[in-house]
Write a protein that binds this ligand. Structure first.
Ligand code: FEO
Ligand code: CA
Ligand code: CA
Ligand code: CA
Length: 647
């Protein structure tokens, strides 16, 4: 274990600390990049007047930004609700609990350790729960989620991204697993929960022992499908066919198909595979994905499947989108390799004009890319959907500085790689076609009432940084030069990019784009691009947009996973939070603040849209059980006191 593993550090942040991208580049490209900065972005990067900076960016900001600025400034001064926002914005908070607007209430629905089955041992703040029960309870670090209406039953599928060993194994020395049982407990606390929920007199609760209840963990059998199924790259001693694996890993964001299945997205899977064999030379492809010898969880010391010296293909069997049928607790989850192997954030599904299935996906790491999958066949309600996520074309985005962009197909012809290699070494394939390095693509959200999509680019403090005379790169050597879509050096705040598919066709190859917002701090940074875009003001500011989803009315809900020090560059921004954005006016208002230490991530709605479920990940104590108790990641249920719709 290393010193840099505070238990509540987000997995994204920890992974970046452990596997910093190397500074590899060539001098000529650095010069070229520097020259290009004098053009379009010169005004911003020279830190000139605010007017000059925003004038330069204006071409790529929403045409309604000026209007938005006026509205936002009014709201920021406390004018309260108005327009399409059915709430009075909340102020920042720095305390240990959740705050929602006046007229709204919140209550915990599920916490780490809450039983899904009556056979589970009760939760203990002394032990963090029993290892034997760890796959019969609500798991740790809640993240992406979706609600399914199955008959008249409401079933939530929700991810458990990672564990905080110091909290989950309180009897160990600083959370270092000391036995196979400790490791098994951690393995069972992660993955996915499927649970029936119901609303009674005392609010929402888990329906214990429902036939829909299920835990999917690091040990659950999975089927592998798509171009990499059966590939030599995926065969192991335990699975010589390369078609069956165990477990889904680091389940971050999510998605939902029109045919009623749940998509869980494997993000920082690299963190579970390592070796104690100092003589083992890590295969070359490991570097791009950050697979290193030493891990945070020590699985490799107690479970040989995770020792890459013994099973070098095992980490190549993770990093996928996994499809789960929440209506059948005995169904086998399917790893859909056609959607690529990256550090998947979420999977935003939309049906194109002609009926083909489109899935937008971010790869969350500094300088990695934004992807899109388009199925070959069309979706027919009630028809066979088993191949729609197996047979199609995966593409990667290139954003041009003139506000246009294109999707570059990853095929044997464009990459010189075989189909199974593209599915397993997707990052390397994308580097070959010249994709744009991005500021850590997190969730994508597709607007249900307009043909447009959004992606949170959470931050990238190495963007444009020159170290030892060389431009910073991603782990594949692609430079992170400042460009129009990632317009700020050492970007500590993040931005949200929006694209409009040409011919209003999500399946097409060309698009226009702009920036919906640039987060920033207009109090600390006056007169520079770090103040943020015009729709960011003292009253709504935040950093590091991450989770994001539209409601049925076309409001965009934005969740943050950033610095909550409330100091320096982040002074006045408080704890992580959830905001609502109006895509038409650009107006942004703060709806919720999370407890200190937490990330606000994951949201879905009850079938009647009168309850909004929100995830609170890795809070500090005392949330939610009070002082002296272990902190517990939780899903909360938010309602209006008048029981009106909440999206
Ligand atoms: Fe799991 Fe990139 O957030
Ligand atoms: Ca997280
Ligand atoms: Ca995230
Ligand atoms: Ca994040």
């Amino acid at each position: 274990m290393t010193e840099t593993t505070p238990s509540t550090l987000s997995f994204d942040a920890w992974d970046e600390l452990q596997t910093p991208p190397p500074a590899v580049t060539d001098f000529d490209r650095v010069v070229e990049a520097a020259l290009s900065r004098r053009g379009f972005l010169g005004g911003i990067l020279a830190m000139g007047s605010a007017a000059a900076a925003m004038g330069s960016l204006g071409a790529l900001m929403s045409s309604t930004s000026a209007e938005a600025q006026t509205a936002a400034q009014t709201a920021g001064q406390g004018a309260g609700q108005g327009g399409r926002f059915a709430f009075k914005p909340v102020a920042i908070a720095t305390d240990g609990t959740v705050h929602v607007p006046e007229g709204y209430t919140w209550k915990v629905l599920a916490r780490w350790g809450d039983p899904l089955f009556s056979s589970a041992a009760p939760f203990s703040h002394e032990t963090g729960g029993e290892a034997a029960s760890a796959d019969q309870v609500f798991g740790e670090n809640t993240d992406g989620m979706e609600l399914f209406l199955i008959g008249n039953r409401q079933v939530i599928a929700v991810n458990h991204e990672y564990v905080n060993p110091e909290i989950n194994l309180p009897k160990t020395d600083k959370g270092t697993p000391a036995s196979a049982e400790d490791v098994m407990k951690l393995q069972k606390l992660q993955g996915v929960t499927v649970m029936e929920v119901a609303e009674g007199e005392n609010g929402w609760s888990i329906v214990v022992d429902s036939p829909f209840n299920r835990r999917i963990t690091h040990l659950t059998p999975m089927k592998i499908s798509g171009p990499a199924a059966g590939s030599d790259l995926l065969k192991t001693e335990a699975d010589p066919t390369g078609t069956q694996s165990l477990g889904t890993f680091n389940n971050c964001g999510a998605g939902k198909t029109p045919w009623g299945t749940y998509l869980t997205c494997e993000e920082n899977f690299n963190g579970y595979f390592g070796t104690t064999d100092a003589a083992f030379k890590l295969p070359d492809d490991y570097k791009r994905y950050g697979i290193v010898a030493e891990t945070r969880y020590a699985y490799e010391k107690f479970d040989p499947r995770f020792d890459v010296a013994k099973n070098p293909n095992e980490p190549r069997r993770a990093g996928y989108v996994v499809e789960i049928d929440p209506s059948d607790a005995s169904s086998t989850p399917v790893k859909r390799t056609a959607l690529g192997r990256i550090k998947h954030e979420n999977a935003a599904v939309v049906i194109a004009r002609d009926g083909r299935v489109v899935v937008y996906m971010g790869d969350d790491e500094r300088g990695e890319f934004l992807y899109k999958y388009v199925s070959n066949d069309v979706y027919v309600p009630g028809g066979d959907t088993s191949k729609l996520l197996d047979e199609g074309v995966l593409s990667v985005a290139r954003f041009s500085d003139d506000g246009t962009g294109e999707w570059l197909a990853l095929t044997p012809e464009t990459t010189g790689m075989a189909a199974d290699e593209i599915a397993v070494f997707t990052r390397q394939a994308a580097s070959k076609v010249g994709a744009t390095t991005m500021d850590r693509p997190e969730w994508v959200a597709v607007n249900p009432v307009a043909i447009e999509a959004y992606c949170c680019l959470t931050n990238n403090t190495r963007r444009g940084e020159v170290k030892d005379g060389k431009m910073r790169t991603n782990a594949g050597g692609d430079e992170m030069t400042v460009n129009a879509v990632n317009p700020r050096e050492k970007n500590q705040y993040g931005q949200i990019v929006r694209w409009y598919p040409d011919q209003e066709d999500h399946a097409g190859t060309a698009f226009r784009w702009d920036l919906f917002l640039m987060a920033g701090n207009p109090v600390v940074h006056k007169d520079s691009a770090y103040a943020g875009s015009p729709n960011i003001n003292e009253g709504n500011m935040f950093n590091s947009p991450d989770g994001m989803m539209f409601d049925t009315t076309g409001l965009l809900w934005i969740q943050t996973d950033g610095e909550d020090t409330n100091e320096g560059d982040f002074a006045g921004q408080g704890n992580n939070q959830m905001l609502a954005g109006d895509p038409v006016t650009g107006r942004i208002e703060r709806f919720l603040t999370g407890p200190k230490g937490s990330e606000v991530t994951g949201l879905t709605w009850s079938a009647d849209r009168r309850t909004l479920f929100v995830g609170i990940q890795h809070p500090d104590a005392p949330f939610p059980d009070g002082e002296g108790k272990l902190p517990r990641s939780s899903v909360i249920a938010i309602k209006r006191q008048d029981n009106a719709l909440v999206g």
